[in-house]
Design a protein around this ligand. Structure first.
Ligand code: DC
Length: 230
C-alpha cells in the first residue's frame, strides 16, 4: 500500500458541532457520539459555568464585563474528558458537581451575554478543538467557534418536553419544579435574545427536533449524518 492509499483509508477526524437550547439532549448525545467515534467531547457550557463559579467565589459582579474578562484571564479552566464522563477543573480543583448547582447555572447564563467574555471563551474553545476528532456542544459552536465544522447539528425540542426532561434528570419534584422551569425559560430567553452570538441554528446546520424521539433514535440519526461526512 503506498502512502496515498494509506492516507485515503484513514478515517477523517471530523469536527462536529452540536448546538441547541437547554434540555434538548445535547450533552447526552454529544458524549455518546464521542465515545462511539473515539472522539473528544468538549462541553463549552462547562467553561461558562466555571467562570461563573469563580465570579461567585470572588464576589464579582455578573454585569462587569471587563472584570469578568480579567477574572477569566487569571483562571485556569480545563475540560478533562474521562471514561466516566467529563471533568471540569477550575484552577486545578474539580468543580464538576458544583457547577451544576442552581446559583452557578443562573450566573453562567448572566455572564455569557458579554461579548468580551464570549470572545475569550471562543478563542480557548478553538484551541481545544483545533486538532479535529472532537464533538463540541454549546450554543454558538456552529455559528462562531467552528463555522467550518464538518457537521453541524442543531438539536431542539418542545419547551414543555425540555422542562420535563430537566426535572427528571435532576430529580426535581413539587414546588421547586415550577421555579426551576421558570428559570429555564428565562435562560432560554436570554440565550436567544442576547446581542452577542444569540442561540440560532447555523444556516448549514441539520436541525433535529427530538420532541418525539428517544435518545437512541436521535443518536442513530446523528450517526447516519456522520457516516455521510466520513
Ligand atoms: O449548556 P449549559 O447549560 O451548561 O450552559 C451554561 C450557560 O452558558 C448557558 O446559560 C448558556 C451559556 N453558554 C453559551 O452562551 N454558549 C455556549 N457555547 C455554551 C453555553
Amino acid at each position: 500500500m503506498n502512502d496515498r492509499t494509506q492516507a485515503d483509508s484513514t478515517p477523517r477526524k471530523l469536527t462536529i458541532a452540536i448546538d441547541g437550547p437547554a434540555g434538548a439532549g445535547k450533552s447526552t448525545i454529544a458524549s455518546r457520539l464521542a465515545r462511539k467515534l473515539g472522539y473528544v467531547n468538549l462541553e463549552s457550557g462547562a467553561m461558562y459555568r466555571a467562570l461563573a463559579l469563580k465570579a461567585i467565589d470572588r464576589d464579582a459582579s455578573f454585569d462587569d464585563e471587563d472584570a469578568l474578562v480579567k477574572l477569566a484571564e487569571n483562571s485556569r479552566i480545563q475540560l478533562e474528558p474521562t471514561f466516566g464522563g467529563n471533568r471540569t477543573l477550575l484552577d486545578g480543583k474539580d468543580v464538576s458537581s458544583r457547577i451544576r448547582e442552581r446559583d452557578v447555572t443562573e450566573a453562567a447564563s448572566r455572564i455569557s451575554i458579554h461579548p468580551k467574555v464570549r470572545e475569550w471563551m471562543v478563542a480557548r474553545q478553538r484551541e481545544m478543538g483545533a486538532g479535529g476528532g472532537v464533538v463540541m456542544e454549546g450554543r454558538d459552536i456552529g455559528t462562531q467557534v467552528f463555522p467550518h465544522a464538518d457537521l453541524k447539528i442543531f438539536l431542539d425540542a418542545d419547551p414543555v418536553v425540555r422542562e420535563q426532561r430537566r426535572m427528571e434528570q435532576q430529580k426535581i419534584k413539587g414546588d421547586v419544579a415550577a421555579s426551576v422551569a421558570a428559570e429555564l425559560r428565562e435562560r432560554d430567553r436570554r440565550d436567544r435574545t442576547r446581542t452577542a452570538s444569540p442561540l440560532v441554528a447555523a444556516s448549514d446546520a441539520v436541525v433535529i427536533n427530538s420532541t418525539a424521539l428517544s435518545e437512541d433514535e436521535v443518536l442513530a440519526k446523528v450517526e447516519e449524518l456522520v457516516r455521510e461526512k466520513s
